[in-house]
Design a protein. Sequence first.
Length: 228
Amino acid sequence: MAGKQATAFLQGEGDRWYQRNRSKPREPDRVLDAIEACGLKPKDVCEIGCGDGWRLRNIHRYSGARCVGFDPSLIAINIDTNNSTEFDGRYRIARFRGTADHLKGLKPNSMDLVIYGFCLYLVDREDLFKVVAECDRVLRAGGHVVIQDFIGNPTNPSYSRIYEHAPELRSYKMDYGGLWLGHPAYQTVYKKIFGTRTDTPENYDDRVVVQILKKDMEGAFPLMVKAS
């Protein structure tokens, strides 16, 4: 069963989010900049929080990747961008309605890049480990996770705010990469923070991080010669 926040976004808040943000500038794209800076050329990409698929189309043009996206907004998913509504290997880009805790239709070890584009700050807190588990399930060894989201600050590494567009919901800020980095198979290969202010702690509230983590299963547990 979907949590409170996931249900709200599936029932209309996702549509309202998309309508508020659809006209905002999309370039330069810090996520694609980070992917290029790391020299990644993904072939199978999943983006959660994909909206109408604009970033997936750019990634497809960049690397020729087969792309799939999930978003709770029915309006965004139904916008005609000449994409298929199916994902069976015959199509290059597809989008589905859904949330980060259940990547329906994706097979294990089927992706080499998973992107979270400004969505984790709105995920139900009890679903965060489900999100990580789903990502790890679909991500191949040697693949990468890209996170673009709000981050906490030195005074308050994790905290919440009332979500200004729906007061019954919350906006959560923390270093989301840490959810993956608790496992030695995940290592940071890129991290850049934007919007840092240093005058007062309250003005850290606009900080955004873009980070890329690599999944290295073989390197996580090197074999020691001595038996134990």
